[in-house]
Design a protein around this ligand. Structure first.
Ligand SMILES: CCC(=O)NCCS(=O)(=O)O
Length: 326
């Protein structure tokens, strides 16, 4: 899985509940609220602290391993409460390889100190997280990202993008991007990375499921050469609170889009994940858990014209190639 979170505090994305449901914001987390939480995952404060569920996460990772999973890229960057010692402990306890992410999430999580940093300083901080260790530990990150960008891209996000490209040019390492919620956002980020010496063939564009809907626009973007990541498998909701104009696709629609991209020749560029970042998605609380793709989505893909060989490319070969330093 190339885009997951295990230990994350996502309070930056808190969104007030719809009128009439205000009390849900502070309600303790309860099983009887699970349907509501699936529809409004960012409107109950307690749901945003996946980091409180270390024991459940250990069980999740053991179940993931049993389902055939070997590695998880954990994309929690500075701003959303990265906890590298906790990740190291989870990896030791379960034998699942966990690859941590370097760099910074979206603008609203940048501190004043981060906003004041020059591109050179930001580059050095990212390179340091990759080569020597992050957050005062000796734990080195294995990818840059998820690097957070909004729409429009802010000045501070622009500096982080430029420093990401400079760090990638130095290290030959994998990069993963969280684009803004506009169909034009992914291409704009790719252009900025390219102009600053980034390697697009080693860059993942995340969250395409909620970003590009038109097939022509998708092919145009695919042609720019990044990996194309569909990473919200398991998330089905009526009203997507971060952009009410967007209809969040179902898992069946996601599989249809993957089959389309495979038919168009992009099987070497597709990546998949579940981007779990709230508590309600854990199996402990009746959610789909980290094994959803392996257990439920792969069998569906095989019934929709995607071969086992192509599934292996998407789940094994493509992640391996992306994660290998040049
Ligand atoms: C930290 C998790 C994250 O950024 N997830 C993306 C959610 S969405 O923007 O695709 O809704």
């Amino acid at each position: 899985m190339t885009h997951e979170h295990l230990v994350i505090g996502f309070e930056c994305s808190y969104t007030p509940p719809p009128p009439g449901d205000e009390a849900m914001a502070e309600n303790p987390f309860q099983m009887q609220h699970m349907h509501w939480l699936r529809q409004h995952p960012y409107s109950c404060r307690e749901n945003l602290f996946l980091s409180q569920e270390t024991n459940a996460l250990r069980d999740e990772l053991l179940a993931y391993k049993k389902a055939g999973g070997g590695t998880i890229v954990e994309n929690t960057t500075t701003g959303i409460n990265r906890d590298l010692p906790a990740l190291r402990q989870l990896a030791k306890d379960t034998g699942v390889h966990i690859i941590a992410g370097a760099g910074y999430y979206i603008d609203c999580t940048h501190t004043e100190a981060t906003k004041k940093m020059s591109v050179e300083k930001l580059t050095n901080s990212i390179v340091n997280e990759m080569l020597h260790g992050a957050d005062g530990t000796d734990i080195r990150c294995g990818v840059i990202g998820e690097i957070g960008t909004g729409w429009p891209i802010t000045e501070s996000e622009m500096k982080v993008l430029r420093s990401t490209a400079h760090a990638q040019a130095q290290l030959g390492c994998p990069v993963i991007i969280h684009p803004g919620r506009d169909p034009a956002a992914p291409a704009e980020v790719v252009r900025i990375l390219q102009e600053n010496g980034g390697d697009i063939s080693k860059t993942v564009m995340s969250h395409l499921d909620r970003t590009i809907f038109d097939e022509g626009e998708l092919l145009e973007f695919a042609n720019m050469g990044s990996y194309l990541e569909y990473d919200l498998f398991g998330t089905e909701m009526l009203n997507y609170p971060f952009n009410l104009k967007v209809d969040m696709p179902s898992d069946s629609q996601r599989v249809k889009t993957l089959a389309f991209l495979v038919k168009e020749g992009y099987e070497d560029k597709i990546l998949m994940a579940q981007d779990i970042h709230t508590k309600n998605r854990l199996t402990k609380f009746g959610g789909h858990g980290y094994s959803h793709i392996l257990k439920n989505i792969v069998p569906k893909m095989l019934t929709r014209g995607i071969t086992q060989h192509q599934v292996d490319k998407i789940l094994i070969d493509n992640p391996k190639r992306w994660l290998t330093f040049k």
